[in-house]
Ligand binder design. Structure first.
Ligand code: HBI
Ligand code: FE
Length: 273
């Protein structure tokens, strides 16, 4: 391992069980996502050499990704320290976990694996505005570390890159990697009556806690991908100061200023209390 935590992917080192796990996950999501995922995600997916016979070789992906937006995927052993993660993103490198989940745990993940990291994240990196947004997030992350604002900035990543919805003329669509890589959440986030779906608002999101252990209680929808262009350009520092004195908002809470797209029943999470 190097000081940027990258490792060789060692594609030849995957066994047949691992490739079969990828194929099963891929087939399931590929059948589910048309009409649910944003067209930009589906187009990114189609353009990547990811339809092969198993876990993709990062070198092959990188030829296409590099030509499209200058992004590269680098293999890492798993979660890397925040500063390392941000330095990669700021240099247009996406750290992707090398390993894949076990066949007996197809749906529940404690930490990201190569299916989440590559299937979930790489297609959106083919879209220029998204590619620029991710680089800006890396740079913003390094700044946030210096300002002690990481917890707040991480909420923006969570509610956009990981669990974002986008409002398109044809309806709400998924672009968040945590959703597109999960069968159950791809259904829940759009079709279930339980979660709130709210128009994205930066200072609101900076105040909103999130769940890491279950489906989200609310999803934020951006108004088209050009909204990310603006998010990539603005300086968050004054907004951190603006929200510093305001209370956090719970994952299932609504506030008066919310532009609610669908008000959830909360039934899913209430049933678990
Ligand atoms: N490391 N490999 C990897 N992948 C991530 O998504 C990741 C990480 N380290 C830190 C991190 N994410 C988050 O804590 C930041 O977005 C705040
Ligand atoms: Fe992720």
């Amino acid at each position: 391992m190097t000081d940027d935590h990258s490792i060789p992917q060692n594609w030849a080192g995957y066994d047949e069980t691992e490739h079969a796990t990828w194929r099963a996950l891929f087939a399931r999501q590929h059948a589910l996502l048309p009409g649910r995922a944003a067209p930009a995600f589906l187009e990114g997916l189609e353009r990547l050499p990811i339809f092969g016979d198993g876990i993709p070789d990062f070198d092959t992906l990188n030829d296409v990704l590099g030509r499209a937006t200058g992004w590269q995927i680098v293999a890492v052993p798993g979660l890397v320290p925040d500063a390392v993660f941000f330095r990669h993103l700021a240099a247009r490198r996406f750290p992707a976990t090398r390993s894949i989940r076990k066949p007996e745990a197809m749906d529940y993940l404690e930490a990201p694996d190569v299916f989440h990291d590559v299937f979930g994240h790489a297609p959106m990196l083919m879209l220029p505005v998204f590619a620029d947004y991710m680089e800006a997030y890396g740079k913003g992350g390094l700044k946030a570390l210096g300002l002690g604002a990481l917890e707040r900035l991480a909420r923006v990543y969570w509610y956009t890159v990981e669990f974002g919805l986008v409002r398109l003329p044809e309806g709400l669509r998924i672009y968040g990697s945590g959703i597109v890589s999960s069968r159950a959440e791809s259904l829940f986030c759009l079709d279930d009556a339980s979660p709130n779906r709210i128009a994205f608002d930066l200072s609101r999101v900076l105040r909103t806690r999130y769940r890491i252990d279950d489906f989200q209680e609310c999803y934020f929808a951006i108004d088209g991908f050009d909204a990310l262009l603006e998010l990539a350009r603005i300086d968050f520092a004054p907004i951190y100061r603006e929200v510093a004195s305001l209370p956090d908002i719970g994952p299932g809470e609504l506030i008066a200023s919310d532009h609610v797209i669908t008000r959830g029943t909360g039934a899913y999470h209430k049933a678990k209390l």
